[in-house]
Design a protein around this ligand. Structure first.
Ligand SMILES: [Mn+2]
Length: 306
């Protein structure tokens, strides 16, 4: 597939010839807006997050000061999924079909939610396209209920469904869960790195624990409420004591370098009027995922003598 894409750039449009004639499957990363909001239980507004994140993306600088590299690759903004008039089941089925095609076509896609429910079809599609994978789950909530408020396809049940796709999941930043979820984690030995562990364990030993739970290929799902509300205030169900910015960056860097991150999502953001912190942080996070992955590919290619 060498068709030149006409989609806008996540960052300010590339100047000159840089965006011309690129091969999507080898060069182009993408963000994919998925403004789904059907089963949100408390604070509303996550449907507005993808658009806000894309607008914030246009304001970001094209240099990664941490990796000391220019962000000189094209990041397309794919058309948002239109879920109007569709049942939740049909929306998720459409997302899965579209994701299978997009994952085959682009180098790396970060989906921008919307509510966490979208992760279910995205992980299914990623497993179908890339093969067996594990899931790194960053969240304040365990999301392990089999149903919530009478619904099985709920944002509170995401990891229950994900674990039917792959048993190799690890949840990081958890600090809010039901008794039944706690029992399930204990009985099924589900890997969890609690937020309190991240705060208290020496050095980055918790990152070693995460890596031990992940196979070679990894899907990353980031519920923005996994971060501390002082870092990302715009979420529907904030919990104190969350992950700090650089802790998450170190985690994502290590996972990107030591494993192969095949796709990712950033979900559950709620833009707050007059305080655009959440969407700017989410946009930067999407770029960090892309930059780490590209750095890792180069590093591994050098190691392999290519
Ligand atoms: Mn959550």
């Amino acid at each position: 597939m060498t068709t030149e894409k006409k989609y806008p750039s996540f960052l300010e449009p590339l100047s000159g010839a840089a965006a011309v004639g690129v091969k999507p499957n080898s060069v182009v990363d993408a963000v994919w807006p998925l403004p789904l909001e059907r089963t949100v239980s408390y604070g509303r507004g996550t449907a507005g997050a993808p658009d806000a994140i894309v607008r914030a993306g246009a304001e970001l600088e094209r240099y990664d000061e941490e990796l000391e590299i220019p962000i000189d690759w094209h990041v397309s903004v794919l058309p948002a999924v239109d879920d109007r008039g569709l049942s939740l089941e049909n929306v998720l089925a459409r997302v899965e079909t579209m994701a299978r095609s997009l994952y085959s076509e682009y180098a790396f896609i970060v989906t921008l939610g919307g509510e966490h429910t979208v992760t279910i079809p995205l992980v299914r599609a990623a497993a179908a396209v890339f093969g067996p994978l594990g899931v790194l789950h960053i969240d304040a909530h365990a999301d392990l209920r089999s149903q919530y408020q009478g619904l099985s396809l709920s944002h509170a049940c995401v990891m229950h469904h994900v674990r039917s796709v792959t048993p190799d999941t690890v949840s990081v930043g958890i600090r809010s869960l039901s008794v039944a979820e706690a029992v399930r984690i204990r009985d099924e030995h589900i890997p969890v790195v609690w937020a309190k562990d991240v705060a208290c364990l020496p050095d980055d030993t918790w990152i070693d624990q995460v890596l031990e739970s992940l196979p070679e290929r990894v899907y990353v799902t980031i519920d923005l409420d996994g971060f501390d509300p002082s870092v990302i205030p715009g979420v529907g169900t904030p919990e104190p004591g969350g992950l700090l910015w650089y802790s998450v960056l170190r985690l994502l860097y290590r996972v990107s370098v030591c494993r192969r991150v095949v796709a990712a999502d950033i979900v559950e953001g709620v833009p707050l009027p007059g305080a655009p912190v959440t969407e700017f942080a989410a946009a930067r996070l999407a770029l960090k995922l892309m930059a780490y992955r590209r750095t890792a590919s180069r590093t591994n290619a050098v190691r392999a003598g290519r």
